[in-house]
Design a protein around this ligand. Structure first.
Ligand code: GLC
Length: 688
């Protein structure tokens, strides 16, 4: 059951699409405290063993207890353990225990979730704005609550199937030849590849919707050349529009008043990659339509996917900030030995980026209502991606375009996926990636993934292999790294066979992964779940945070520590342990419910098939164009007849509900013997 409460006069975020009538009864699930100054607080006393799930793209574990989180989309590449805000704002939590309740705080400004940080058992939710919608969801358990929530916010964005192929990115491939070299290195080493990313250097002076003539002299021909090799190019689009006379996006935006404004009505300015920019007012529906149509320029050159970046929005500095800093420096006493002055000086300079004061200095025109940015900060990136996605529906109505964003708010999950921003080549960030995936799924962000290998810092061979071994199971599987870091493409770490083999596993799993992803999208369900969602009364399963369920048949237990040769795994029921070395080499053994130590070398991928479930595997390929999905090998762990319904479509059009999209695999007893039956050709059945 869902109860909706409205406080004040909230700004519409369009996060919820189901009609839910406002509850007239007083709120009883939470304590509501309003202070004399009008500020508002919701509190809840947690039981000792309550687990708190949610917050989507947030720091720390699957169970959010014990820390404090601030929902305020932040461009912060050093998300170390103490950080409270990442790139997204996903204000949905579920308290799970004797009583389970879901809470969605729907407001586009900052919200603080103190989940047992100040006091162990106290949950405190502090919205910075008192105008908001509050949804309280009750249900049987956490999973049931998540499914109700997911239904109410609408179906998740559905990516094309080729976007399940492996993708290579780096800031930055500077020109055609560099991209060609990446592609040929992958192909020569027979390491699968489906896409290469174009970061900001494909543009002319970092101007959105331009392509540098010098670096990519014949872009349409080049995209076609890549396409012939089974590779799609995915250009980046940044939020800031370069201020430059004669540049059409700038000129049109200025003329039509489509940029965010200062209090005096002038266009707000901030520096990002192109130098000084204006920010399109994505909260204005006309500006949204205008910007969205611009993507056509690149679609017309053969582009089929984009990533939207810097849309928190990230601000390197503003003229106002710089002039304050200059003033400070002019008056700075360099002879001082006063305690703290050194830190003050340092902070003054480093806090020029993403200043709260700057976020409070510009305005949106939300279709007639003028609103200060900080009040709607968390829905800026959301509406940039919405602008693109709504335009795609007009530009290419029958085709799925790959789209994912850095910043997001709940509701954006209907328009695109996300990547989790600038992480680092740290083992702790691999673990963070593992723990974040189910939380993202709870909030509807199914097409998601992290920068595999880590964006910042220098990656090592073992870290990349372990990260890939986990990345096999995330819908977005992209290796991305920053300028200045060690080259991170799979062929840059000596012997390439392990990389080729690990990626071969991904490609034989794509039909299953795509099926589980699409079913989760279509049914507003989760593709990646914590163990506790399927084994809610198993205490050990409820506290296991480094193993995940992938679709209905698989459990994974990735290795995420350096020099490990294996790890301990908890099996909440008997399972079939399959240790993949490649798509065609593997060892299997049935393991009983309980704790086991499993060996998993740096070039091996441990997978567990659940009891009375099956896994269809196709032959591996070097890109999705070459995938053959007419023949399957089936691995099953069954002591009875079972059925697996695989979702399969053409992967590109939008014919989601065609009954032909359902393909059955059955393990059946025929003449006293179990065998596999399907419309697909089954080349081999391995039944345990
Ligand atoms: C931001 C993005 C990163 C990109 C870089 C340059 O830091 O998060 O992915 O490579 O900008 O465009």
């Amino acid at each position: 059951m869902i109860k909706k409460y409205i406080y004040g006069n909230p700004i519409e975020t369009d996060a919820v699409i189901d009609h839910i009538s406002v509850c007239e009864e007083p709120l009883e699930e939470l304590n509501e405290i309003t202070s004399a100054d009008g500020s508002m607080l919701f509190t809840y006393l947690m039981e000792k063993d309550d687990i708190v799930y949610g917050l989507g793209e947030a720091n720390r574990g699957i169970n959010k207890r014990g820390y404090i989180y601030e929902s305020f989309c932040s461009d912060d590449p050093y998300h170390t353990e103490e950080k409270r805000s990442l790139y997204a704002a996903h204000n949905f939590i579920v308290i799970s225990g004797m009583i389970s309740i879901g809470i969605f705080v729907d407001t586009p400004s900052k919200v603080t979730f103190d989940i047992g940080y100040t006091a162990e058992n106290l949950l405190k939710i502090t919205p910075s704005d008192q105008n908001l919608k509050l949804y309280i969801i009750s249900g049987k358990n956490a999973y049931d609550i998540v499914r109700q929530f997911r239904k109410m916010i609408g179906r998740s964005y559905m990516a094309p199937r080729w976007a399940f192929g492996f993708q290579q990115s780096r800031w930055s491939y500077m020109n055609e030849d560099e991209v060609r070299e990446v592609v040929s290195s992958y192909r020569e080493n027979h390491i699968p590849l489906d896409a290469v990313y174009l970061d900001i250097d494909y543009m002319e002076s970092y101007k959105d919707f331009t392509v540098s003539n010098e670096r990519f002299p014949d872009f349409p021909n080049f995209t076609a050349e890549m396409r012939q090799q089974g590779v799609r190019l995915i250009p980046i689009i940044d939020a800031g529009v370069k201020i430059e006379d004669g540049y059409d996006v700038y000129e049109e935006g200025k003329q039509n008043g489509f940029f965010c404004k200062r209090a005096d009505g002038t266009d707000f300015e901030a520096a990002v990659w192109p130098g000084m920019t204006h920010l399109p007012d994505f909260l204005n529906s006309d500006a949204r339509k205008w910007f969205g149509k611009k993507y056509k320029v690149l679609i017309d050159t053969g582009i089929e996917g984009f990533w939207n970046d810097m849309n928190e929005p990230a601000l390197f500095y503003t003229p106002e900030g710089v002039s304050e800093a200059k003033n400070y420096l002019d008056n700075f006493d360099f002879q001082t030995n006063e305690q703290g002055k050194f830190f003050e000086l340092k902070d003054k300079m480093s806090s020029l980026a993403n200043r709260q004061k700057d976020y409070e200095s510009f305005y949106h025109n939300m279709d007639g209502t003028v609103i200060r940015h900080d009040k709607v900060h968390n829905i800026y990136g959301y509406n940039m991606t919405r602008s693109a996605s709504e335009a795609f529906d007009e530009i290419v109505p029958d085709k799925r375009i790959l789209m994912f964003s850095r910043s997001s708010y709940i509701g954006m999950h209907r328009y695109g996926g996300i990547w989790t921003g600038d992480n680092q080549s740290w083992w702790s960030h691999l673990l963070l990636n593992i723990k974040m995936m189910p939380s993202l799924n709870m909030c509807g962000f199914l097409y998601s993934g992290a920068d595999i290998g880590g964006f910042g810092s220098h990656c090592t061979r073992d870290l990349l292999l372990r990260w890939l071994a986990f990345g096999i199971f995330t819908p977005l599987m992209r290796n991305h790294s920053a300028l200045g870091t060690r080259r991170q493409e799979c062929y840059n770490f000596g012997d390439t066979s392990a990389f080729k083999d690990i990626l071969s596993i991904r490609y034989s799993l794509i039909p299953y992964l795509y099926s589980e992803y699409m079913k989760a999208c279509l049914n507003s369900d989760m593709m990646i779940k914590p163990l506790s969602f399927d084994y809610p009364s198993d205490e050990l399963a409820c506290t296991t945070e480094d193993q995940l369920l992938i679709g209905e048949s698989l459990m994974i237990a990735p290795v995420y520590t350096q020099n490990a040769k294996g790890r301990y795994v908890y099996l909440p029921e008997d399972m079939l342990f399959v240790l993949f070395k490649s798509s065609s080499h593997r060892k299997s053994a049935v393991l009983r419910k309980g704790v086991h130590y499993i060996d998993a070398a740096v070039d091996e991928v441990p997978v567990f098939i659940r009891k009375n479930k099956l896994l269809p595997l196709c032959r591996t390929s070097e890109c999705t164009d070459l995938m053959n999905t007419s023949m399957f090998e089936v691995i099953a762990f069954a002591d009875q007849g079972i059925t697996y319904e695989m979702y399969e479509d053409d992967g590109i059009s939008k014919d989601y509900f065609n009954p032909k999209n359902k393909v059955k695999f059955e393990i059946k007893e025929v003449d006293g013997q179990f065998g596999a039956v399907s419309d697909k050709t089954i080349v081999k059945l391995s039944l345990f």
